[in-house]
Design a protein around this ligand. Sequence first.
Ligand SMILES: Nc1ncnc2c1ncn2[C@@H]1O[C@H](COP(=O)(O)OP(=O)(O)OP(=O)(O)O)[C@@H](O)[C@H]1O
Length: 651
Amino acid sequence: MLRQPVRSCLFCETRALLGRPILQPQRPQTRLYAQLQRERAARYAASASQPRGRSGHGGSGRGGSAGPRSRPSRMLLADNVSRPPRLSSDGRPPARHKPEPFAYLNRTKAPPGLEPMQGRKQTRNTGDKFPEAGDVEDSKKRKSRPEPFHALKMQRALSGLPYGSRAQIKKQIEQVDSFEALPLSDTVQAAVKDALPGLEYRIPTPAQRVAIPALLGMGPQKRTRHPAPRSGAESFLLAAETGSGKTLAYLLPTLDAIKGEEAEDAEREATEAAEEAAAKEAQKRDDLFGVEEPLLNKAVDSARPRAIILVPTAELVSQVGAVAKSLSHIVKFRAGPISAAMTPTVIRNRLFNEQGVDVVISTPPLLASIAESNPNILSRVSHLIIDEADSLLDRSFKPSTTEILEKCVPSLKQLVLCSATIPRYLDKYLLERYPTMTRLVTPNLHAIPRRVQLGVVDVNKDPYHGNKMLACADTIWQIGKSNGDYDPAEGKELVPTKRILVFVNEREQTEEVAQYLVKKGIDALAFHRDTDPSRQAKTLASFTGTEKSKKGGEGNEREFGKQSEEASKRVLAHTKVIVTTDLGSRGIDTVSVRHVILYDVPHTTIDFIHRLGRTGRMGRRGRGIVLVGPGDRADVVREVKDAMFRGEALI
Ligand SMILES: Nc1ncnc2c1ncn2[C@@H]1O[C@H](COP(=O)(O)OP(=O)(O)OP(=O)(O)O)[C@@H](O)[C@H]1O
């Protein structure tokens, strides 16, 4: 009986019809190829005698378990595949008929005839030849090196300062190693010791070394593109990193200058009075029957300060006012700090004092409104200082700041803008408005102090699962519980209580986060623009180290402790927290703060610098912790962290 053929697929039938393997390659029968075919045929014949496997059409199974009638794999390599090609009689590889399209792959040297042609554009790696293996590696290395500030370049908020200029400034200020080396008068020198009594405070900071000689008209100054004008006020931009003593850097030369002016005025008045007396005497001698003129009381020169310092917040008014007051004991001048947090009576008494006022410290809106009703108040100002200039020339403060500036112009001798950052908008504005302005910058401008470390908490991970408030509370508990942060050998202030600043981006969040922290047994207070001014001062006092008396300190302890004890039984002892916005990040000298938590990733590097600048002040140690939650720019945080690690300036 004729055996029925096994049911097979179209593929097998077609093969049977053709009488040869259907996918037999149509290549020229070279000797090597013929040998390969013979070997394949033998293997095929051997496998055909084996029992049939599962594969219907004789193809090999997937995992390489070839069936009995399986077709040999087309991927099989010839046994002699690794043999080098046979050389011709002159020792060269046999000539090919046709150059294969991929024949030039994997070569490290250009084949003869393919050398670069004359006048052809050369490759970047080697200049005039085909890249060597080493060159290729070099270029790979160059390419693979991650480009710094990739994410930050997208926002690029700060104006740059070349590293060459930084090195030059560093070299220039190296020689000044004491306050005595600075061109300050003896009285001001003596006052420095009074204002900075600690032993560690004997060396001027880079900001002071750069600014003091320049503001006194001595020392090397870096001019902008245009030469300084012969007449009119001199203008300066003092930019130095946070916590670098900028207040004294502008205050000391200003006091020196106004004391000099005062002495000149007194001398001139004395000469004028002597001349007047001599003239009267002569007139009396000539006119025997003349009636003596009655003595008139000279009008008191009240509310006509010689210097004005503008700052953005009431807290800064009291901070700078306190420094000025401590200097005034020796330098002998009258300082009048005024802010909206004071009563109208206090403001009036400070400004319209019958003994006069020499230096007024104020916020721009308040002074602008006073100057509207009393224009005389700005008629004698010779020195105007705009502290935190990046804020005061920003949209919200700019109208009142420029109004004061314009009113001061007729008598102004020196304008000083002071800031920890030079944002690009400020740079542009100053180049247009004050093209001759002298820029006094420090070598570490825009870098976060070296002793500040940055940690990152990934809120998306366990155990927070995106809950930022929980992550914040947990971080604070960990800081509060740790005991390794306070090193008595490190600074004079051994802080028994840990002070932590938490920065949020939106004002509304301050209350929300503070309340949550209180629920978790943490002593936390919200600090924002709408906080009651007297409470604001109390809240900040223990953070800025301005609480002097024990009584005041106890008051603050009570202010802080009250809420958390009410809300929770489990209380984190010896830890105080302020939850604040950018308001708390400008200029406030929070010397006792060792930890700053960035609850939100700041919008720009400007905010990074100011917020992290509340810790690690004046060479102290500090730690910043960023909570990176869902939707936060982790790439920006990574780049800031890398830059801090390398000690580089942010962009
Ligand atoms: N030469 C000095 N040596 C040691 N400490 C100093 C010196 N000059 C100032 N300080 C102290 O450094 C601290 C910071 O000073 P200041 O507030 O002026 O810094 P800043 O540069 O204005 O900071 P910010 O940019 O945050 O406004 C103050 O406590 C001040 O007393």
